[in-house]
Design a protein around this ligand. Structure first.
Ligand SMILES: [Zn+2]
Ligand SMILES: [Zn+2]
Length: 437
């Protein structure tokens, strides 16, 4: 059916019940490149979003690929649409094929005309998209266990480690660790099975570092949140709730994922990280939170699948889980849609009314501003915001609009605690006015 563009599948529209951020992703993708979400589902051998969701929940078998080659091929096919006119392969006329930009090996065009017309835009991002295309594949090593590479003991107190350069200065020469990843068996398997040549070692080393930085960014950002609130796990056992934890933090998560906190606070009294969210993926971290304190000097990870305010009512209020000393949310996205906002509202009010030190990260400045706006409407006592010195170094483009500035995980942050004090309540004249009405 060349040229015919299917209507937006209704099941992708974000609804009131839209607490799943991936549903929103599908919706945006579908409105930009009609048919692309269907392509992705087809590649995954799924018929609709419901089935995708069920697979994510671990209810059905996912990724029934015959081999590695097929997996990488199908992944690549999800990027096959003309960035000039948004045509996907099934919209092309006979004999027409999509051709890849030879410089970045990341974007496709249906014709020379589309490529020429798109070049003024694409040339601003082509270089960066070349890196993105490498990262997208190297990231697989996170799932095979070849990444993250090990990190060193901290030789400086956490208060003095204020940015990536400070952290890197404690690590010594990274090259042997990067090279060990470059020469691992799976790195060989990877480039043998994808339809592009293996990049130069220098490019691969940088890619490995960018992917490691995304992983470490979470623990280092949590550490920064503790510093901003002047919280110290060396004096008492410490509980951190990761509200709204989702696929990126829990897919393939290991019990050791927050061990950088142990290096940050050597000799701490026990740190527990509880990952809470409706999109939490089943795995080894799916175990009950601690009711008493965990082992000293070790970070204990547990998880709960559901909305944060439900977790709080069910487990914290019944004392089946410890009260949080700090709540962190990576990219909560409550500014994005009404459905997500409504899912988050009871949680935001709970954080405010129980006066819990809370810290959120976002992908960019625009998200930061709209999130700040929502929090100030809720009369939150916002204590500060800014750019995160421990932002991920890995560029993250929008799949359906690659010719746009990429985002970076945890690039900006804001933190708040409790209710904003109302000026009128502090003013004696206003008190009088209130009472005489
Ligand atoms: Zn085109
Ligand atoms: Zn290019």
């Amino acid at each position: 059916m060349a040229g015919q563009i299917p209507a937006l599948p209704e099941s992708f529209a974000p609804g009131i019940d839209g607490v799943f951020s991936d549903r929103l992703g599908f919706y945006f993708m579908e409105s930009k490149v009609p048919g692309l979400s269907k392509v992705i589902l087809n590649k995954l051998n799924m018929k609709d979003y419901g089935e995708y969701r069920a697979a994510m929940e671990g209810k059905t078998k996912r990724g029934a690929f015959r081999n590695c080659k097929e997996m990488f091929q199908k992944m690549e096919e999800t990027f096959k649409f003309c960035v000039g006119c948004n045509k996907i392969p099934e919209h092309l006329s006979e004999g027409q094929t999509l051709k890849r930009c030879v410089k970045c090996l990341n974007v496709y065009y249906c014709s020379k005309e589309c490529q020429k017309k798109n070049w003024p835009q694409h040339k601003m991002f082509c270089k960066k998209l070349r890196l993105v295309a490498i990262d997208r594949l190297v990231e697989w090593l996170m799932f095979t266990g070849d990444l993250p590479f090990p990190t060193e003991k901290w030789t400086r107190p956490q208060g003095e480690v204020k940015c990536w350069d400070d952290w890197l200065a404690m690590q010594g020469d990274l090259t042997p660790r990067l090279d060990a990843v470059l020469s691992c068996i799976n790195m060989g398997v990877l480039w043998k099975n994808v339809s592009r040549p293996r990049p130069e070692d220098a490019d691969l080393r940088e890619s490995v570092w960018r992917i490691e930085s995304e992983f470490l960014s979470r623990a280092l950002t949590v550490g920064m949140a503790m510093r901003l609130f002047c919280l110290d796990p060396s004096s008492k056992p410490f509980t951190i709730h990761l509200a709204g934890a989702g696929l990126s933090e829990t897919m393939g998560a290991r019990l050791t994922d927050f061990d950088e906190l142990d290096r940050m606070y050597p000799g701490h009294q026990g740190i527990e990280v509880v990952m809470v969210g409706p999109e939490v993926v089943d795995g080894p971290i799916m175990r009950s939170p601690l009711t008493s304190f965990g082992p000293k000097t070790k970070t204990f990870i547990s998880a709960y699948k559901g909305l944060y305010h439900q977790f709080y009512e069910e487990l914290v209020e019944t004392k089946a889980a410890a009260k949080p000393d700090l709540v962190v949310g990576f990219h909560p996205g409550f500014h994005a849609t009404q459905g997500l906002g409504e899912g988050w509202l009871p949680t935001l009010l709970l954080l405010r009314d129980f006066n819990i030190p809370s810290f959120f990260s976002v992908f960019n400045e625009m998200e930061l501003n709209s999130s700040l706006q929502i929090l100030s409407e809720l009369e939150m006592n916002i204590k500060g915001s800014g750019t995160n010195p421990f932002s991920s170094q890995k560029p993250e483009p929008v799949q359906s609009s690659p010719n746009n500035p990429p985002s970076y995980c945890n690039s900006h942050f804001l933190y708040f605690q409790g209710l904003l004090e109302q000026e009128q309540f502090e003013h004696p004249d206003n008190y009088r006015n209130l009472w005489t009405v």
